[in-house]
Ligand binder design. Structure first.
Ligand code: NAD
Length: 482
């Protein structure tokens, strides 16, 4: 092992953050980790000093230089327009993969699923979490779900590479592609394409709803799960909870250049400063960090000593069970117990080795060939409160001099004109689909002329979406009932 120390950026965070970071760094030091921490201040104090992102602009320098961030949890003040530091760090540093191993430590930590041992790999940069939201009418708010092919490719390839590197036999994909055929459909399509390149690893897909139900009921059937940002966020907490150990899980946020490691839990202000917090989540995050920086031997030493401590029943209050636990300890005593066991192997749990663990997995997404893109129409969204769907449809159909023909109107996705159903509830938000008379190509000028005409006639257009075909295939969904 190299004796050159790897610089890492460390943040002690808020609440129980300083206590668990102190415990973790003491263990790493005692284990011989060759690291050189650079401490930065993040979180509540920084937010309250007026920095909306929770991190001083100058501290990005440290992160860019070290490219490794060991972060304790922080408290995000409620209201006041403060931005989540986690989301900012993930997106600004390109940390596209959130990796959350989740394991049962039965019988030492109580769970209904003793064989649970899985890893959730969640896409971290896209989906509904891009935060592009708009209020468009009195009644309707919108959040944009963005999914890109390179984004899908990076995370899915990462999941297969991870499975291969860590000897996992199966990768499962969760999407809702039966409903979101274009966005989730793309994720599924890329998954099916990439799965074919990894014939040594089983692959399967579940719709997220039944997939989550199976995860909650029979988690032992899963190895690696790869999914989109929102679903991944939700199922990661379900998996941690049913493992019986939200306080024990660590997580890695990995990008091409930088990576951030943390505990999955928050800053636990209710127990802060009492010296009773369980540092295991951050210890597990730090173990992932050591593997990432090529110090797998130290990672294994810490991991095995930690497993030994857990199985000897030395437990913090959050996992203490009468009759199972042997000693109730505080944060500091727990860290001391791990340090005493450095060099020992667990007796009940399987000892861990990171000898063949990979250095950072690098993924370069391919750029698909450009396809022939043709404009074939436009969806114009109107804020309109003056009457029924038929009245709006008739008014738009009879616009004189319109360069485009009204094809249909939907309200919240359901076709309401022509031949809508009288039972359909309508809001003040209407999508009006215009196409050319011969259903062929449409010019940008025609769409501009249409908007100008609508404006002159007093229609309040709130947004437009161009309708394109790509190599003749529609790049837009049909209205329900279209
Ligand atoms: P939390 O995870 O902080 O606490 C939930 C419960 O679990 C509390 O009862 C707490 O005492 C307990 N708990 C959590 N970690 C523990 C540990 N290591 N040992 C023992 N008990 C532990 O969740 P919350 O209360 O919803 O959030 C508190 C704050 O943390 C909020 O400001 C939230 O925004 C923030 N938060 C930060 C992060 C992060 O920085 N990564 C993640 C989640 C929440």
């Amino acid at each position: 092992m190299s004796t050159t120390k790897t610089p890492i950026t460390v943040a002690y965070g808020d609440g129980i953050g300083p206590e668990i970071m102190d415990a973790t760094l003491r263990i790493l030091d005692a284990a011989g980790a060759q690291i050189e921490p650079e401490v930065i201040e993040i979180g509540e104090k920084v937010y309250k000093s007026g920095t909306k992102t929770g991190i001083q602009p100058s501290d990005w320098e440290s992160l860019r230089r070290t490219q490794v961030f060991l972060k304790a949890p922080i408290t995000t003040p409620q209201g006041g327009g403060f931005k989540s530091l986690n989301v900012t760090a993930r997106t600004s540093l390109g940390l596209f993969a959130n990796v959350r191993p989740c394991q049962a430590y039965y019988p030492y930590v109580d769970t209904k699923h003793p064989a649970l041992d899985l890893v959730i790999i969640r896409e971290n940069e896209e989906d509904l979490y891009t935060g592009i939201e708009h209020r468009q009418t009195d009644q309707v708010f919108q959040c944009l779900k963005l999914i890109s092919r390179p984004g899908c490719e990076k995370i899915i390839r990462y999941a297969f590479e991870y499975a291969r590197a860590y000897n996992r036999k199966k990768v499962t994909c969760f999407t809702k592609d039966n409903i979101m055929k274009m966005t989730d459909g793309l994720f599924r399509k890329v998954f099916d394409e990439i799965a074919k390149e990894y014939s040594d690893i089983q692959s399967e897909h579940w719709i997220i709803d039944i997939g989550s139900a199976l995860l909650a009921d029979e988690p032992e059937r899963f190895g690696v799960i790869v999914t989109l940002n929102l679903y991944g966020d939700i199922i990661s907490d379900i998996a941690a909870q049913i493992a019986g150990s939200v306080g024990m899980g660590g997580s890695a946020n990995v990008g091409d250049q930088c990576a951030m490691f943390e505990a999955i839990h928050g800053s636990a202000p209710d127990i802060a400063g009492r010296g009773i917090a369980n540092p295991s989540g951050l210890i597990n995050g730090a173990i992932m960090m050591l593997v990432h920086i090529g110090q797998g031997e130290v990672a294994a030493k810490v991991h095995n000593a930690w497993l030994r401590t857990i199985e000897e029943g030395i437990h913090t209050g959050d996992i203490y069970q009468e009759g199972v636990s042997k000693q109730r300890v505080g944060t500091k005593e727990f860290a001391d117990a791990v340090i005493e066991r450095l060099g020992q192997q667990p007796q009940h749990f399987k000892a861990v080795s990171y000898a063949s663990a990979p250095r950072p997995i690098h993924i370069t997404p391919g750029i698909p060939p450009a396809q022939k893109k043709e404009l074939v129409g436009v969806d114009v969204f109107l804020d309109w409160k003056k009457g029924t769907a038929n009245e709006l449809g008739d008014a738009l159909s009879s616009l004189s001099d319109s360069p485009l023909r009204l094809k249909m109107i939907t309200n919240r996705g359901v076709k309401v004109y022509p031949e809508g159903m009288p039972e359909t509830f309508c809001t003040d938000h209407w999508r009006c689909r215009f196409v050319s008379d011969n259903s062929g190509e449409v010019s940008k000028e025609a769409t501009l002329k249409l908007l100008s005409l609508l404006h002159e006639q007093g229609f309040d257009f709130i947004k437009t979406e161009n309708l394109y075909t790509f190599d003749g295939q529609p790049g837009y969904s049909l209205g329900q009932g279209e």
